[in-house]
Design a protein around this ligand. Sequence first.
Ligand SMILES: *Cc1c(COP(=O)(O)O)cnc(C)c1O
Length: 428
Amino acid sequence: MKFKATLTFAKTLDKADPLKKYRDKFIIPQLKEGGAYFCGNSLGLQPAAAPELFGKELRRWAEDAVEGHFTGAQPWAEYHEVYATLLAEIVGAKTKEVVAMNSLTVNLHLLMATFYQPVKGRTKILTEKGSFSSDRYALRSQIELRGLNPDDHLIEVAPRKGEHTLRKEDVLKAIKDCGEELALVMMGGVNYYTGQVFPMKEITAAAHKAGAVCAFDLAHAVGNVPLELHKWNVDFAVWCSYKYLNAGPGAVGGAFIHERHVKRTDLFRLAGWWGNRKEDRFAMKEEFNPSATVDGWQLSNAPIFNMIALKASLDIFEAAGMKKIQNKRQQMTEWLEFLLKEKCKGKKYSLRLITPSGEKERGAQFSFDAGKKAEQLFKELSKAGFVTDLRKPSVIRITPAPLYNSYEELFRLAEFIGERCEWLKGKV
Ligand SMILES: *Cc1c(COP(=O)(O)O)cnc(C)c1O
């Protein structure tokens, strides 16, 4: 689409937006007049239906007490099941491959207990340099748990000198070079810092060719970019739900395990009673008899009050449809890039975008380097009611969330930044 950098054009885009009605399905924080929320990649906004759904479960607890496990339209004993259907649509999986459970880092450890099985000569894990701290800690500690030295066994593929993002050929080559020593490839789906989307399908194929297991951390990918985990043949994936999935702080996370593994009830796992087949969960047998679905990796009964807002949000995703969400996400990011270039035009300073510009290489997130003035710009943005995120020393992340942000909000943001380009002049 040919954009024009005007408020009228922003309003035209909003008017034509097929998702505009979903903004009202969220509680938009009361910000300073003219401001806007752009931190949906960090904490998604509260679905407006959440308080009522919480109220309903609180009432059921008060009225039905222990019976609540087995009564009502959605008994607590089966509460997690509906999530699999809704999440499967978002991650491109079969229902039996998806479960809402625990939290991201916990799931990463749990699934690595099954899928990181170093054997003589094949012991290494490959990941991206500059991943989210928790992932690095988890990978290193898993290596140590197996009596190995993480300094020798964790391979981190880095961007080339002077570049911010990873080149596909470098990742694929690193996998190939590691060859028979490689036990596991575990990368982000979208890098949290740069917003780069990794070529998950090709990475999976390369990992498998090397004889390794392939896994992804989808914290910044789920509910954001197109995912086809089943088709891509990914072995396992984990995610959190409080970012693009708007499930609230610390909400229940999720996991995917490919069909070819879930039926392997003989696979080692760290077991808990909720991993039992449904009919055996309350039988209290001595023998663990795991479900032949991803449910077989569950440990504990579902944390109901930690799942409620996720349901409210997933209902919105279902109604809006991932395809439309992705179309808007793509157009909003293009719009923001266009506006910033227009508004900063002719000024001595230009912001250095570190998120790739290619349509397939980025999702909703837009990271730019504002150099020495980043902190000042961030403070001014905050003061004006624009909620963004500063990653020290100099990167500002902006995330237009297709379900609740508008083109007009992005216009106001770009105009605000454009007006401040002058004092940002100089090399970043
Ligand atoms: C947000 C995020 C996490 C957070 O982990 P929790 O276990 O949910 O606290 C981990 N990894 C990545 C890549 C993230 O973006």
